[in-house]
Design a protein around this ligand. Structure first.
Ligand SMILES: Cc1cc2nc3c(=O)[nH]c(=O)nc-3n(C[C@H](O)[C@H](O)[C@H](O)COP(=O)(O)OP(=O)(O)OC[C@H]3O[C@@H](n4cnc5c(N)ncnc54)[C@H](O)[C@@H]3O)c2cc1C
Length: 417
């Protein structure tokens, strides 16, 4: 039998969570190997909207949400769909989602998310000190747009929570909306403007740049598919699809929506599912876009990127294997052209990605019980780009046996059991 290869710290998954974690481990002096089956930034981290959504502290499972969902499901242009056939598999996930919406659980989720976001802000400040990465972080400001005075009023409690958590923004009417983003349809008279709104100008390029800087610093990128994990005396063993294996002192599971199987191989069940999201990236000339536009009543965004304008969002529950239904992208584009009448919808590139989603919309950042040198870092749902640097820091603190910067109690993998 051939001896397994040996490594120090192995990160499985080359999305933004894996790459950012590799960066923090490397900064802590670890010799990192990144294992990725499809190339760096092959998953959700390539096509996301690029928003550093620090103020998004209010958990989606909130009191009253379950009454709104049926209306969304019935609307063909609505923000939520469930692919027939996948529904039965979702029962446990929605059960936990429903429980997460209870007032007490919602309040806890809000406070955990707030703490995580404040760490995310300070860690991104550090990322911006890296001259090679700083140009990716741009301040365009965020305009949160509402269809009517009623829907704006309904959102006021959430904005009050954000203000209380230290985020700054102000309400704008039609005149200021026009100045901030000329060309919006006339019905939009109510919005919130967050002047400090940041975004990543090229999410795939950013993720690849992190990996490339690490590679130049000595990180190995191993193209392989991990299929199972086992504890060993000195760490953990990773088994690969081709029959080979690798032993490491520390293993980080950062496989996004695909992380569940690796946890299961250690006998650890996590209610991770995927919220599939769709978008279309149009040429930059499609519209004179000034900043991130979030159409709150329709749960989709239009963002200016370095090489295009991305129109995307929506949530589709359909698992990891069903083919994409690009009618979802077309519907979002149809809505966008109604809201931005001058938008040219020609020449776009459609994309679908798998958000790794936990029912309470909080990630898992935790040590495996079965193999304590395996650290889980997945389940960031809608906020993985935003929370990537904070995750890198927290995982590295776990790996280095240091006290974590924030409590990880509510980010345990077994919090639903
Ligand atoms: C439409 C859409 C818009 C979004 N917009 C935003 C936004 O504006 N702001 C924000 O913060 N977040 C946003 N998100 C969410 C964000 O993109 C995700 O939370 C984040 O990309 C998750 O990163 P990840 O590294 O965990 O997963 P991924 O990027 O999916 O990476 C996982 C990687 O692991 C690899 N992998 C999987 N299994 C294995 C295996 N067994 N062996 C080896 N490699 C493996 C995959 O190939 C993949 O490269 C959006 C998501 C979508 C879908």
């Amino acid at each position: 039998m051939t001896e397994p290869e040996k490594a120090d710290a192995v990160v499985i998954g080359g999305g933004i969570i894996g790459c950012m974690t590799a960066r923090y481990l490397d900064n802590a002096g670890r010799k990192v190997t990144l294992v990725e089956r499809d190339g760096v930034a092959a998953g959700a981290s390539a096509g996301n909207a690029g928003i550093l959504a620090f103020p998004e502290i209010v958990p989606i499972p909130s009191p009253g949400i379950t009454w709104k969902a049926p209306g969304w499901l019935l609307d063909p242009l609505g923000p939520l769909t469930i692919r027939p056939g996948h529904a039965p598999r979702l029962v446990p996930w929605f059960w936990h989602f429903w429980r997460a919406s209870f007032k007490k659980n919602f309040e806890r989720g809000l406070s955990v998310q707030t703490e995580l976001m404040h760490l995310a802000i300070s860690e991104y400040e550090r990322v911006r000190q890296d001259q090679a990465l700083a140009p990716f972080v741009v301040n365009t400001g965020t305009l949160d747009i509402y269809d009517s005075a009623d829907s704006f009023d309904a959102a006021v409690p959430d904005w009050t929570r954000k203000r209380k958590a230290g985020f700054n923004f102000h309400r704008v009417g039609r005149k200021e909306i026009d100045e901030l983003q000329p060309g919006l349809a006339p019905q939009f008279e109510h919005a919130i403007y967050s002047e400090s709104g940041l975004q990543i100008s090229d999410p795939a390029g950013f993720t690849r740049a992190i990996a490339e800087l690490l590679r130049m610093d000595g990180m190995t990128i191993k193209p392989a598919t991990a299929v199972a994990l086992e504890p060993t005396e000195a760490g953990a063993r990773i088994r690969f699809e081709d029959g080979t294996s690798l032993e490491a002192s520390t293993v980080v599971v950062a496989c996004g929506a695909w992380s569940k199987k690796l946890a299961e191989s250690l006998g650890e069940a996590v209610p991770l599912d995927t919220e599939r999201g769709y978008n279309t990236t149009l040429p930059r000339s499609a519209f004179g876009i000034e900043r991130q536009l979030y159409f709150n009543d329709h749960s989709f965004v239009v963002t200016p990127l370095k090489n295009g304008i991305r129109v995307g969002g929506a949530v589709e529950f359909g698992g990891l294997d069903l083919p994409a239904n690009f009618k979802r992208s077309e519907m979002l584009l149809k809505l966008a052209s109604r809201f931005l009448p001058g938008l040219s919808t020609e020449g776009g590139e459609q994309w679908m990605g798998f958000r790794p989603s936990m029912p309470d919309c909080l990630p898992v950042i935790d040590r495996s019980k079965a193999a304590p040198n395996v650290i889980y870092a997945f389940g960031h749902g809608h906020l993985g780009l935003t929370q990537s640097a904070a995750t890198g820091r927290l995982v590295t603190e776990l790996a280095q046996q240091k006290a974590p910067s924030i409590s990880l109690e509510n980010l345990r993998f077994d919090r639903f059991s």
